[in-house]
Design a protein around this ligand. Sequence first.
Ligand SMILES: [Fe+2]
Length: 277
Amino acid sequence: MQSGSMNQVTKAELDPRLETPVVILSCPDELSDFATPERQEEMRGIYAQPGVIVVDNVVGEPLLAGLREGLSDYRRKFKEKFNFGRPETESFKRAYDETTKRMTELTRMLFGYDLKGAGTMSYRPLITADEPLHYDTYDVPCGEISLMAVLNFDIRPRVWNVGPSFREICRDSAADIEEILKKKNPGESPSVPIRSAGLKGFGPLKAGTPLHHIEFAPGAVWYANPKTTSHQIVYGGGAHFQQWNIDVSDCACQACLFEALGVNVPNLRAPAPATPA
Ligand SMILES: [Fe+2]
């Protein structure tokens, strides 16, 4: 194994039919060099668009080696949970704590948010491959945006395809979406039927949809809103996730986009019925 995974760079092939920007930055020696009001405003705008923001070489070899102590060859089945535990060694714990601090600090500097802490963390030392193209299904309250940071700590690049944004599908495939969601139940995430339809060859995420192809380098951290950026993991090993909910004045959640673009969806904001006791 060659030791030179430092200074690997992320590669992206962009499909010109898609609007989603992919911005690739290199990490400065001092994270505070990112922290100008102009850049922070620009980064917030790109993230909300939605776009993908990549920073290469955020985490260096010593910390990556510590995080890799937990790596497994286990291949995750679609929808399976990520509860894989974490190693108990001092070297792992140190790497994990320092990485978490660094990702949090990078996020503060890049976006200028007053983050209270490290957010919701998820250490995923297993293999994910060949996902269907999808928007994530977890719930984010209207008026907030999910800010997701991902570190690739694997020895190989993490490979994503990125398809149309939620705004693009609402604008370009409204009739298909209305058909797919005409029986949507209260509390059900629209992401689920849209993903299922795509797998069956129907709607905006079906095979043949334009795709950006991105190979995130080991040590890179990137930001993408998985609720409004359609994505599929083509291949990925170890990755660490941090996620924050940020209050936004100009909401562009799935429900707000349906309303703004005139897509009629039943039970759009109705919560799931309480389960009878
Ligand atoms: Fe996802």
